[in-house]
Design a protein around this ligand. Structure first.
Ligand code: C2E
Ligand code: CA
Ligand code: CA
Ligand code: CA
Length: 281
């Protein structure tokens, strides 16, 4: 028994060591990877709740790491946030998403905005807004074609600053969405004061929807729909994987749906092809 315990401890220690080394490698190669062109934007469409046509899309970054393979943002974004690398990486994402969106706009997709995830450290960086304005100017993307996805915890870091920033950004025509809604502190009182265009209900509420079965998730989504309607904000459901979820969400009146049911996030070229196909259909 003693022997087995010792082996387990060794395995455990080894896996912790591997994890630490992996983390260190990621941390150390983040900045250089931007210049080396190792990041790539994937896109996932959002479809209209009624029309089922592509009515928007979200940019989701991937890292084609030379040693580790394709890395998920849930692994490297938190590290980028901790080290400050999120600032140049976020700028890279912003610029490339705007360039792709401009390309799509020039092809005739005039009312399909790109949604871009923004981290708290970007929002609290005093120069971020200037860089955003510069990117908008440089890429010549009409401002109504961008939506920024922010999370509650980010906005709560400094709610007064966030409110001012969002108010200003929206005055430019840029849209603002609250992402992962329902997972944070969800104080309804600050929702009243935050000027928002969109609420994205978190996919954890969508995951367990069942037909002919009332449950808390269903009740919550219905309540959020009533709230968003009252506030004049559009409601997006994410993580839609099954036709049954789609039926329920459509009946509740979700304005937009996003999830594997329609498409996984795909590389820019594929996404462009998908849009072009939808034009000729
Ligand atoms: P998020 O913003 O909540 O993005 C949605 C995540 O759910 C994406 O994971 C997407 O691929 C995944 N997803 C979409 N549809 C489905 C579905 O039907 N079922 C399931 N199970 N999952 C689905 P991804 O691409 O791994 O991104 C993870 C998170 O990383 C994002 O969560 C976002 O918080 C962050 N992230 C991604 N790209 C960026 C970026 O450019 N900047 C920043 N700051 N964060 C990013
Ligand atoms: Ca998002
Ligand atoms: Ca989300
Ligand atoms: Ca999330």
């Amino acid at each position: 028994a003693k022997q087995a315990g010792g082996d387990r401890t060794m395995l455990f220690t080894q896996s912790i060591k591997e994890q630490l080394e992996r983390r260190k490698l990621i941390e150390q190669s983040l900045i250089a990877a931007i210049a080396a062109g190792q990041f790539e934007l994937y896109y996932q469409p959002k479809v209209g709740g009624l029309s089922r046509q592509v009515c928007g899309y979200e940019a989701l970054v991937r890292w084609n790491h030379p040693q580790l393979g394709i890395l998920s943002p849930s692994e490297f974004i938190p590290i980028a946030e901790e080290t400050g690398a999120i600032l140049p990486l976020g700028d890279w994402v912003m610029e490339h998403a705007c360039l792709h969106a401009k390309e799509l706009n020039d092809l005739g997709f005039e009312n399909i905005p790109v949604a871009i995830n923004v981290s708290a450290s970007q929002l609290s960086d005093p120069d971020w807004l200037d860089r955003l304005l510069f990117i908008l100017q440089k890429t010549k993307l009409p401002t109504h074609l961008i939506e920024l996805e922010l999370t509650e915890s980010q906005l709560l870091v400094d709610i007064d600053h966030s409110t001012d920033l969002i108010t200003y950004i929206r005055s430019l025509g840029v849209k603002v969405a609250l992402d992962d809604f329902g997972t944070g502190y969800s104080s309804l009182s600050y929702l009243r004061n935050l000027p928002l265009d969109t609420l994205k209900i978190d996919r954890s509420f969508v995951a367990h929807l069942q037909e002919n079965q009332e449950n808390y998730d269903l009740a919550i989504i219905k309540a959020v729909k009533a709230l968003s309607k009252q506030l004049g904000i559009s409601l997006v459901a994410e993580g839609v994987e099954k036709a049954m979820q789609e039926r329920i969400l459509t009946e509740i009146g979700c304005d937009q749906l996003q999830g594997y049911l329609y498409s996984k996030p795909i590389p820019a070229k594929e996404f462009l092809a998908l849009c072009l196909r939808s034009l000729t259909e």
